[in-house]
Design a protein around this ligand. Structure first.
Ligand code: PBG
Length: 324
C-alpha cells in the first residue's frame, strides 16, 4: 500500500494522537544535575559562561538541593573546587574536602537524592591535568592509586555512586578493588567510558578552574575521529566492573551513543556538556532561537540515540517545563 491510502499525517492530526504515537518519552527521572561546590562559606557565584548555573559553598547547598528534589530530579553530580591545589591534587581525598562536606550536607538535607561524585584530579592539581605529571607526561599507573583514594573518600563520606572522568587506563578496576576492599561493595561506578578530547568543555573549565596549565588532554581523552575505539573503551570499562557507562560529549557523538546502545546491555548515560549548554543559552539570549525548546529537542535527540540517563545543566529548567 502506498499513497493515497498510506498517509502518515493521519496520526499527527491532534495532540492526543501525537502523544499516543510518541516513541521517545523524556522524563525528569532520566536527568542528572551537575553541581559545582566551592570551598568556603556564604558563596553563591554565578558562572558567566553558563547562565543560570552557579558555584555553591557547602553551606549554601541546602536550599538548592531541596529545590532540586522538589522538582522531581533524582540525582546530582558533584564537582569540587578546592581552596588549595598541589601537584598530586591531595585535597581531593581529604575527609573534610569540599566534596566530602557537600555530600554530608546533601545527604542530610535531601536524603532521597542520589549523590554522584566526579572522580578526577584536574580540579585539584596545580597543573590542571587529570593525573600525576612526570616531566610533561601524565603517568597513568601512578594516577590510579590517587583516583582510588579519592573515590574511596567520597564513598566513605556517603556518596551513592562514583563517576571517574579522568580517562586513565585501568581506573575502573582500581576503584572497584579499593571500594570492595573497604567493604563498599554496594557503591556503583558510573564510568566516563568514551570521553573525547573536546572543545565543548570550554565553559566547564572556567567554572571548575581546571584548564591544563600546559598542553592539552589528548594523551588521555579520546580522539573525536574514532568510533571503534570508543566501543573498545566502553567494553573495557564494563569488563573492569563499570555499572553504568557514559559517552561524553553527547551532541556531536550521537552515533556513538546509538552504537553503544546496540552493542551493550549496561545502562547508558550521556553528558550534555557545558559547551552544548552555553551555545543554546548564548543564541537564546540574542533571540536567535527559543532556548527551552532547543534544549528539549537536544535532550530528546540524546534519548532517541539510546541514552538512558542524561547529565545536563538544563535539568532544572526541563523539570519545570515538563511539570507545566
Ligand atoms: C573533569 C571533567 C570535565 C568535564 C567533566 N569532568 C572537564 C575536562 O575533562 O576537561 C566536562 C563537563 C562539561 O563540560 O560540562 N575531567
Amino acid at each position: 500500500m502506498s499513497f493515497p491510502q498510506q498517509r502518515l499525517r493521519r496520526l499527527r492530526g491532534s495532540e492526543a494522537f501525537r502523544s499516543m504515537v510518541q516513541e521517545t518519552r523524556p522524563n525528569v527521572t532520566d536527568l542528572i544535575y551537575p553541581l559545582f561546590v566551592v570551598e568556603g562559606s556564604r558563596t553563591l557565584e554565578p558562572i558567566p559562561s553558563m547562565p543560570g548555573i552557579s558555584r555553591f559553598s557547602p553551606d549554601r547547598l541546602p536550599e538548592e538541593v531541596q529545590e532540586i528534589a522538589a522538582l522531581g530530579l533524582r540525582a546530582v553530580l558533584l564537582f569540587g573546587i578546592p581552596a588549595a591545589k598541589d601537584a598530586t591534587g591531595s585535597s581531593a581525598w581529604r575527609p573534610d574536602g569540599v566534596v566530602q562536606q557537600a555530600i554530608r550536607v546533601i545527604k542530610k538535607e535531601a536524603p532521597e537524592l542520589v549523590v554522584i561524585t566526579d572522580v578526577c584530579l584536574c580540579e585539584y592539581t596545580s597543573h590542571g591535568h587529570c593525573g600525576v605529571v612526570r616531566g610533561r607526561e601524565v603517568d597513568n599507573d601512578a594516577t590510579l592509586e590517587l583516583l582510588s583514594r579519592m573515590a574511596l573518600s567520597h564513598a566513605e563520606a556517603g556518596a551513592d555512586m562514583v563517576a571517574p572522568s579522568d580517562m586513565m587506563d585501568g581506573r575502573v578496576q582500581a576503584i572497584r578493588n579499593s571500594l570492595d576492599r573497604a567493604g563498599l561493595t554496594r557503591v556503583p561506578i558510573m564510568s566516563y567510558a568514551a570521553k573525547f578530547a573536546s572543545a565543548f568543555y570550554g565553559p566547564f573549565r572556567d567554572a571548575a578552574q581546571s584548564a591544563p596549565e600546559f598542553g592539552d588532554r589528548r594523551s588521555y581523552q579520546m580522539d573525536p575521529h574514532n568510533r571503534r575505539e570508543a566501543l573498545r573503551e566502553i567494553a573495557l570499562d564494563i569488563e573492569e566492573g563499570a555499572d553504568i557507562v557514559m559517552v561524553k560529549p553527547a551532541l556531536a557523538y550521537l552515533d556513538i551513543l546509538r552504537e553503544a546502545r546496540d552493542s551493550f546491555l549496561h545502562p547508558l548515560a550521556a553528558y550534555n556538556v557545558s559547551g552544548e549548554y552555553a551555545m543554546v543559552k548564548a543564541a537564546a539570549a540574542r533571540g536567535w532561537i527559543d532556548g527551552e525548546q532547543a534544549a528539549e529537542e537536544i535532550l530528546i535527540a540524546i534519548r532517541r540515540a539510546g541514552a538512558d540517563l542524561i547529565l545536563t545543566y538544563f535539568a532544572k529548567e526541563m523539570a519545570r517545563r515538563w511539570k507545566r
